[in-house]
Design a protein around this ligand. Structure first.
Ligand code: KG4
Ligand code: ZN
Length: 336
């Protein structure tokens, strides 16, 4: 059976709904919460409240846009975790209520696996096994994907996520939240070799991003002591250098993983996969290492229900349904 599924994403600060039919994502409606900008980070309580305001109109417009009546749905999918508990609860409660009212199955989706499965929304699709570098505000992982429901983490961050490093460093130089896209834009006209920042070296395929954040903080503080206008006068070079340092750290481990497992199908996923510097660098490295590179469309990099819908489709085909007493899990392990 090729199902029609409504999927809901509410793990952080985007409320999103999507409809998938016969494995094809029909739409991806997203309401971004701008309220957090003034606080310099996501405020969990405000996120939950905004999800409550957005969820009904977002779901209604996803169904309307896809020309699907709720009676035509075969299942309701939602993000079970990881994410913010209050935010996850809004999506989970709504999904459960709707599944119960329509008397159709419920599908609980792992947000991190869904980021990877976003690669199956559009063509070209990677072949199994492939490696996926998942880079977001909460995670940095290299994953070996054996099939849509069988994935293993080869390496991950021991402290901050790379998106967090982008955002925290951006805050140090007074850029708005989230800083990643601002660094990306400023970096376009900067010199990536202008400055270097100390970083921790990790053994194996794990990452560490807390060291570079601290050395970036000390570097800026020291420069500002001598020149109050240092940030203003060098903003593009600072952004480009920071971005290059972070991308170098990601690529070093990705190259190692590709050699170790002899896999040359390489994908990137998660919010930081929207970074133009990373996308360009990956294309360049693909020439050197004979990689076939897969980069999702921008709308499927940051949090979105399209990827939840794609994951739910695979789970539906395997009969992987949940009971109505399932609870969201802010720290949902990758293995579940
Ligand atoms: O996957 P995502 O939307 O949410 C999480 O699950 O965390 O990722 C959000 C992260 C933020 O840290 C944001 O700064 C980063 O993705 N991000 C970027 C870019 N666009 C989003 N980082 C660097 N360059 C970008 N263009
Ligand atoms: Zn995410």
């Amino acid at each position: 059976m090729q199902p029609t599924i409504l999927a809901i994403e509410s793990s952080c600060d985007e409320t999103s709904a999507a409809v998938i039919q016969n494995g094809k994502v029909l739409n991806n409606v997203i309401a971004t919460q701008s309220i957090h900008e003034i606080y310099g980070g996501v405020v969990p309580e405000l996120a939950s409240r905004a999800h409550q305001q957005h969820i009904i109109p977002i779901v209604a417009s996803a169904l309307k846009e896809a020309k699907i009546k709720s009676s035509e749905l075969d299942a309701i999918a939602f993000t079970r975790g990881p994410g913010l508990l209050g935010a996850l609860l809004v999506g989970a409660s709504f999904a459960k209520g709707l599944a119960m009212a329509l008397d159709i199955p419920l599908i609980a989706v792992n947000h991190m696996k869904a980021h990877i499965l976003a690669h199956f929304i559009d063509d070209p699709k990677p072949e199994f096994p492939f490696l996926c570098l998942t880079v977001s505000g909460g995670h940095t992982q290299i994953v070996k994907v054996n099939n849509p429901l069988d994935m293993e983490i080869l390496g991950e961050t021991r402290d901050d996520a790379v998106g967090e490093a982008f955002d925290k460093c951006a805050k140090i130089i007074d850029l708005p939240y989230p800083g990643g896209p601002h660094i990306d834009k400023l970096a376009m006209t900067g010199n990536p070799n202008a400055f270097t920042f100390g970083k921790a070296d990790m053994d194996g395929l794990d990452f560490s991003f807390s060291g570079i954040k601290t050395s970036f903080l000390y570097f800026i503080r020291d420069q500002m002591k001598n020149d109050q206008a240092f940030i203003t006068n060098n903003i593009n070079d600072i952004a480009a250098s920071l971005q290059k340092n972070l991308i170098d750290m990601l690529l070093e481990k990705l190259i190692q993983a590709s050699k170790k497992f002899n896999i040359n199908q390489i994908a990137i996923a998660g919010g930081v996969a929207a970074n133009k510097g990373l996308r360009t660098r990956l294309e360049e490295e693909s020439q050197t290492h004979h990689w076939k590179v897969f980069i999702p469309e921008f709308q499927y990099c940051t949090d979105n229900a399209g990827m939840i819908a794609m994951a739910a489709h695979f789970q539906f085909l395997e009969g992987d349904f949940s009971t109505l007493d399932i609870t969201p899990d802010p720290r949902l392990p990758f293995s579940s």
